[in-house]
Design a protein around this ligand. Structure first.
Ligand code: ZN
Ligand code: ZN
Ligand code: ZN
Length: 218
């Protein structure tokens, strides 16, 4: 069965519920199950593997696997290797996107939504907000876990004052947005920095002499 046909099939199977938004609390067993399947299909269309879908929706692993195979025509790749936060820390752009995802997650998790629905809304909003999304669905799902595992925490940016998510052991005190901005402007006087000379980044601002932050790593 191809993807649109399966979605249509599943949609038809959903009983019409008086309040579609409150269906996560709906007592009707079949209604709740159909909601889970719909969420699962949606998550898989966005790139989720069967393991993650089963975790988020509470569907049996075997059911999620079967659904994945029906949708994509191939078995779901095996469960991901437990991964570190190394991917997120490669550069400030990834850190910036990770923070966009973290902010959105905080907003969405305050609402009455299922875990699956939160991730669907989160990922769709993120990919619409930025021109070139860097995080795929799996990496997006992992961001709140980084915080929950206390691998990351929130810190206040010394430059702009916002709270941002960053690895606990990072020694930078500037948010990724400020780091990216100040790559091109002096953080003391705001003067645009002249292009690097001979392939090397300037160490001091030509206008006020302040030491530049180019070398800071997460
Ligand atoms: Zn219902
Ligand atoms: Zn900042
Ligand atoms: Zn300066």
């Amino acid at each position: 069965m191809n993807t649109p046909a399966l979605s249509r099939h599943v949609l038809q199977a959903v009983p019409s519920c008086a309040e579609p938004m409150s269906c996560t609390q709906c007592d009707a067993g079949l209604c709740l199950y159909s909601k889970k399947v719909l969420e699962a299909v949606h998550l898989m269309q966005l790139g989720a593997r069967a393991g993650l879908v089963s975790q988020l929706t509470g569907l049996e692993k075997a059911t999620a696997n079967r659904l994945y195979r029906q949708l994509h025509g191939t078995p779901s790749p095996p469960g991901q290797v437990p991964f570190t936060d190394a991917w997120y820390r490669i550069n400030d752009k990834r850190m910036l996107h990770t923070n966009i995802v973290w902010r959105l997650h905080q907003r969405l998790s305050q609402t009455e939504r299922s875990k699956g629905r939160i991730l669907i809304n989160l990922f769709e909003t993120y990919t619409q907000l930025v021109a070139k999304p860097l995080l795929n669905l799996t990496r997006t799902a992992f961001v709140p876990q980084l915080m929950a595992m206390d691998t990351w925490h929130e810190r206040r940016c010394e430059s702009c004052g916002i709270h941002y998510a960053t690895p606990i052991e990072s020694n930078s005190t500037f948010c990724p947005g400020c780091l990216l901005y100040h790559r091109h402007r002096c953080y003391q006087c705001g003067t645009a920095l002249s292009p690097k000379r001979g392939g090397r980044r300037l160490a001091n601002c030509g206008h006020c002499g302040a030491e530049l932050m180019g070398g800071i790593r997460h």
